[in-house]
Write a protein that binds this ligand. Structure first.
Ligand SMILES: O=P(O)(O)OC[C@H]1O[C@H](O[C@H]2O[C@H](CO)[C@@H](O)[C@H](O)[C@H]2O)[C@H](O)[C@@H](O)[C@@H]1O
Length: 262
């Protein structure tokens, strides 16, 4: 749903200060932030107004744009269609594309065995419950229950998956919305943002996200940075917008303020 709500005055003031810096790093989560949450995970796409605002920002001098997502890198590329120069972290930070020389993800033997075990455990749980399905990822896997209409039953399935994953030594469990995931590489969105900060040396960082894993991202923000939580729920972010369709206004405001100052 499009919103005509003006930006909250405190967020607008923070964006004004943020946009005035010489060099900016703008980091974005994908699902539930740039894209609406949908039942069919393969059909998630950026909300058109968000995509437009992202492309507008990516054109501006001094702005580095990055996606920091739980999606596998390849999936993120094909669904989000990021601007050419965007830096990408996928699989909750386990996979990265920071330029043509970026090494691809390589699991060691122990991690590869852990990934097989994660997928085997999740498939075993999903096989017992209609509507549950497993997303296979390069660094692990995820069990989805969004297709189960009874929310309480879906939660029970996720509990079963959590118990199964607790038996896998290499599994780092990530909580999400109607999903439980495990990656076999120690990583987080906070670490990804810190790596991006080190690489691009911005004067300030912006991060928007909607989910539990995004809290690691908000936790590494510093004075002068701007964190925007999308939707309800507890957060360490300094600011909140109601829904993904409200993101375009925030990103366009950054672009507008920068264009005015140029
Ligand atoms: O970090 P993100 O970019 O937000 O990715 C988190 C996970 O998003 C996807 O699952 C979520 O979105 C689906 C599509 O809207 C939805 O069906 C599902 O219920 C959500 O949990 C994705 O499938 C995962 O791989 C990502 O890790």
């Amino acid at each position: 749903m499009e919103t005509d709500m003006p930006l909250a005055p405190d967020l607008d003031a923070a964006l004004r200060e943020f946009s005035g810096r010489d060099s900016l790093l703008v980091c974005l989560d994908f699902d539930g932030c740039v894209a609406e949450l949908v039942a069919d995970a393969d059909s998630a796409r950026p909300i058109p107004a968000n995509a437009q605002a992202i492309n507008r920002l990516a054109e501006l001098r001094g702005v580095t744009l990055a996606y920091v997502s739980g999606r596998p890198l390849d999936t993120l590329r094909s669904l989000a269609e990021p601007p050419t120069d965007a830096l990408l972290f996928g699989s909750h930070g386990a996979e990265r594309w920071l330029g043509p020389d970026s090494p691809g993800l390589e699991l060691n033997n122990d991690q590869a065995a852990g990934r097989r075990e994660v997928l085997r455990s999740l498939e075993a749980v999903a096989a017992e419950h209609d509507g549950a399905w497993v997303e296979h990822k390069p660094a692990g896997g995820a069990i989805h229950v969004r297709h189960i209409p009874d929310l309480a039953y879906g939660e029970e399935v996720l509990d079963e998956a959590r118990s199964a994953l607790a038996m896998v030594d290499q599994a780092h469990v990530k909580e999400g919305k109607q999903i439980v995931e495990a990656v076999v590489v120690q990583s987080s969105k906070g670490e990804a943002i810190e790596e991006l900060r080190e690489l691009s040396s911005p004067e300030a960082v912006f991060f928007a996200g909607d989910d539990v894993t995004d809290e690691h991202g908000f936790a590494v923000l510093r004075a002068g940075d701007v964190g925007v939580k999308v939707g309800p729920g507890e957060t360490k972010a300094g600011f909140r917008i109601s829904e993904p369709s409200a993101l375009a206004e925030v990103l366009n405001r950054i672009a507008e303020l920068r264009e005015q100052a140029a």
